[in-house]
Write a protein that binds this ligand. Structure first.
Ligand code: RFL
Ligand code: PHB
Length: 390
């Protein structure tokens, strides 16, 4: 098989790039390790920044998002029994975020790929990358007993944190920066009315909690838990009790509880791999960087990678201009590190750190007091949360 761009990974990054390139007449193939049902079963992001939403529209996949997604112009930070609103629109000249689940947008991207007869091959095994430093790289994978070879001009590694692409870069070339946090998030999805029309990020002595939503009938809640906890340790009842204990009393009193439809634990990690290009391999999304979910930056960081790659590949194929490809890693990393800084900051502001000393706690409290006493600090939070320009 031969194509122009071989994309590894059928998550949001890979599918979005595939769709955008196809619309510009650039031939590509997506290789995905799992089935479509499996990919759609993973409950992840809920908040999309404006730039991501724009990219969905450019990919001609924005109709359902625009009809069913909710525009949020603010969110709350709760602490010490009260909640205070962060006015995103007011601090960013009218900017906002869209609440629309990753599951839904991935479904939209799959459907768009299908409609255009895009090539998305599922359940591929043993994906290997070859000749990345040459002008003629190829990808191989196993399907049953057959080894299939795909020759391409470029390989895009959009196969998430555990994928094979990043690992194909020699260790003397790749530099990895990593910070692992001493806790995770236990998330519950439930068919209940969300406790608040806007998200609530709650800091409490018992640990962090987040009230989020997918729609007015579907809620998504998280609580910070020790890394040693497992999903089996948390019955639905125990989860709801702990969540209530971390929220202001008036919010807890309004909380509608019900059976969980999904329950999972995600460890919190910050990670960046540099460079994001090796020969004709380009990394994008979680394959190159991870943030703790506190600032809702993960998927949104993937969006800027895809935006830069898309424009760079179009410039290459349409105008013979390689400056975008040559500058990709540096340009993408500049924005990535800003998202890293913001996610680290928001995580540090809101979580309970088991090893923190009294001095750290004083600083954390001062950071919070400063935030709500300074228009400049609130503006900084707001402009990062809605997304810095691409
Ligand atoms: P993905 O989604 O991990 O997709 C990678 C795909 O590659 C496949 N794959 C392979 N395919 C072929 N060969 C191989 N060897 C392969 N190895 C892996 C995988 O099966 C998979 O389908 O990466 P992508 O596309 O870069 O997308 C990144 C996002 O998924 C991620 O950044 C976000 O979900 C992060 N995130 C959030 N981001 C936001 O912007 N806003 C949020 O509100 C938000 N909330 C979250 C989140 C992530 C969470 N978890 C569970 C980590 C909430 C949570 C709880
Ligand atoms: C979610 O709804 O899953 C969500 C929302 C905001 C975050 C993280 C996760 O910061």
């Amino acid at each position: 098989m031969k194509t122009q761009v071989g994309i590894i990974g059928g998550g949001p990054s890979g599918l979005m790039l595939s769709q955008l390139l196809h619309l510009k007449g650039i031939d590509n193939v997506v290789l995905e390790k799992h089935s479509r049902e499996y990919v759609l079963g993973r409950i992840r992001a809920g908040v999309l920044e404006h730039g991501f939403a724009e990219l969905m529209r450019e990919a001609q996949c924005g109709d359902r998002m625009d009809a069913e997604g909710e525009i949020h112009e603010g969110f709350y930070i709760a602490e010490g029994g009260e909640k205070r609103r962060v006015d995103l629109a007011g601090h960013t000249g009218g900017n906002s975020v869209v609440v629309y689940g990753q599951t839904e947008l991935t479904r939209d991207l799959y459907e768009a790929r299908e409609k255009m007869n895009g090539q998305v091959i599922h359940n591929v095994e043993d994906v290997k990358l070859h000749g990345l430093k040459s002008d003629a790289p190829h990808i191989s994978y196993r399907s049953g007993d057959d080894i299939i070879r795909i020759d391409c001009d470029y390989v895009i590694g959009a196969d998430g944190f555990h994928g094979v692409s990043r690992k194909s870069i020699p260790s003397d070339v790749l530099v990895e920066y990593e910070k692992v946090y001493p806790f995770g998030w236990l998330g519950v999805l439930s068919r209940t009315k969300p406790v608040s029309p806007e998200l609530i990020y709650a800091k409490s002595d018992r640990g962090f909690a987040l009230c989020s939503l997918r729609s007015q009938v579907l809620s998504r809640y998280y609580i910070q838990v020790p890394l040693t906890d497992t999903v089996e340790d948390w019955s639905d009842e125990a989860f709801w009790e702990e969540l209530k204990a971390r929220l202001p009393e008036d919010v807890a009193a309004e909380l509608e509880t019900g059976p969980s439809i999904e329950k999972s634990i995600a460890p919190l990690r910050s990670f960046v791999a540099e460079p994001m290009r090796y020969g004709n391999l380009f990394l994008a999304g979680d394959a190159a960087h991870i943030v703790p979910p506190t600032g809702a930056r993960g998927l949104n960081s993937a969006a800027s990678d895809i935006y830069y790659l898309y424009h760079a590949l179009v410039a290459h194929y349409q105008d013979g201009d390689d400056s975008g490809l040559d500058g990709y890693s540096e340009k993408a990393l500049a924005r990535i590190w800003k998202a890293q800084r913001f996610s680290w900051w928001m995580t540090t502001l809101l979580h309970r750190f088991p090893d923190s000393i009294a001095y750290d706690q004083k600083l954390q409290q001062t950071d919070m007091d400063y935030l709500f006493s300074s228009e400049a600090a609130l503006t900084s939070l707001a402009e990062n949360y809605v997304g810095l320009p691409f």
